[in-house]
Design a protein around this ligand. Structure first.
Ligand code: ADE
Length: 246
């Protein structure tokens, strides 16, 4: 998969993209991630990328010309056709595991990081195909949001994680929070690992984990249960245990 990131502060991305899972995915050729500085596409003497808003008001707005030029030239050089061109903005649709899955299904995407008061609306209307927000808060730099998206998407590319199973048991991948995990020591400061996990009985372990995932989701994020896949038997069990399956 190829990901082009257009931004104003490339250094904010360089080190994080060169660590851990993202580094391995790039080295193994599973993710090709290219960082581009929008400023390189501004042709005035000072490489200006922003300007005052028409109509007045606080802050600066990102000008359309360098962003269009950057996106079009990168698309042309890479031979990309109709790829998703995604703006990172607090006004976008909310990012989630299912949006990450959707993006991981594309061979090539482009992310454009915003700053200041945001993008000139013509970028949103005539260049972007999508707008994504990573949450209902405002960051000073779209680069942090792009890193969140890239991390969540790249780990879903087949072959990136050690075992294909680890992405499928993640929190949110089946609509539920993940069950609790334990490792050695078996007893730590008097707190023991649940005996079922030591039983070697795979059926019982799977059932315990499923119940824990349901319990945890009901307690911490009950609204998720509305869209989760829960069978009748599980619904009955939840009601018997005073958990509202919604
Ligand atoms: N830029 C500033 N805030 C943001 C957010 N919440 N999500 C995506 N991009 C942003």
């Amino acid at each position: 998969m190829r990901i082009d990131i257009l931004c104003l502060f490339p250094d904010m991305l360089v080190a994080p993209l060169d660590q851990s899972m993202l580094k391995r995915a790039r080295e193994r050729g599973l993710a090709h991630i290219a960082i581009h500085n929008i400023r390189d596409y501004a042709h005035d003497k000072h490489h200006t990328v922003d300007d005052y808003p028409y109509g007045g008001g606080p802050g600066m707005v990102l000008r359309p010309e360098p962003i269009f030029e950057a996106a079009e030239s990168i698309k042309q050089q890479s031979g990309a056709g109709d790829i998703p061109v995604i703006l990172l903005t607090p006004q976008g649709r909310l990012f989630s595991q299912s949006v990450a899955q959707e993006l991981a299904g594309h061979p090539h995407i482009m992310l454009i990081c915003g700053h200041y008061e945001g993008f000139d609306e013509r970028v949103c209307e005539h260049l972007a195909t999508d707008e994504i927000s990573i949450g209902d808060y405002v960051l000073s730099a779209g680069e942090s949001a792009a890193l969140v998206v890239v991390d969540a998407v790249v780990r879903l590319i087949p072959g990136v994680l050690g075992s294909e199973d680890s992405a499928s048991s993640d929190s949110h991948s089946n609509g539920l929070l993940e069950y609790p995990q334990y490792t050695r020591p078996q007893v730590f400061r008097g707190w023991a690992v649940p005996p079922v996990l030591l039983s070697g009985n795979h059926g019982e372990i799977a059932q315990w984990r499923r119940c824990q995932a349901l319990l945890r989701t009901a307690r911490r994020r009950p609204e998720l249960l509305r869209n989760a896949n829960i069978c009748d038997e599980e619904r009955k069990w939840m009601l018997e245990n005073s958990l509202n399956p919604r």
